[in-house]
Design a protein around this ligand. Structure first.
Ligand SMILES: [Zn+2]
Length: 144
């Protein structure tokens, strides 16, 4: 039997390389099934590390672990319109309300934490681009 070609092999490899040795790699190792759909990995800054870690832990606690929801997949964890955005697939009628609630909680936390350093921050617009930053990082260009 031949394995199906992975259309995202290059992106997966790039993400694996980028995340090597970081909290992102460790977080994916802790939840290998749920994060297996994260083709581009955790696409958020270090300031949101706790937001991402607590999100996964809450999901784990409230859903009863990966074995209880083996089909559930995170598909994207990234910043969009300034806040953390978490996309997923294969939630069922039982897990969906929990997942949505835990995601809302993560979004709310990201609203007040600088994505660079996690110090208190606020949503700012700079050159028509929204992000959450503390005063120290308000004018600092930021990319992963
Ligand atoms: Zn900051």
């Amino acid at each position: 039997m031949t394995a199906l070609p992975d259309d995202f092999a290059e992106e997966r490899a790039a993400a694996t390389e980028r995340e090597r040795g970081t909290w992102r790699e460790r977080l994916r190792a802790r939840y290998p099934t749920w994060t297996s759909g994260l083709v581009r990995g955790f696409e958020v800054g270090d300031g949101w590390r706790e937001v991402a870690e607590d999100f996964c832990r809450s999901l784990d606690d409230r859903l009863g672990g990966e074995a209880t929801c083996p089909d559930f997949r995170l598909t994207q964890v990234k910043q969009k319109f300034g806040l953390i955005r978490i996309y997923f697939e294969n939630a069922n009628s039982k897990s969906l309300p929990v997942v949505e609630q835990v995601i809302r909680c993560a979004e709310d936390r990201s609203r007040t934490a600088c994505e660079v350093c996690r110090e208190p921050g606020s949503l700012i617009e700079r050159r028509r681009y929204l992000r959450v930053a503390c005063p120290a990082h308000e004018h600092v260009s930021f990319s992963l």
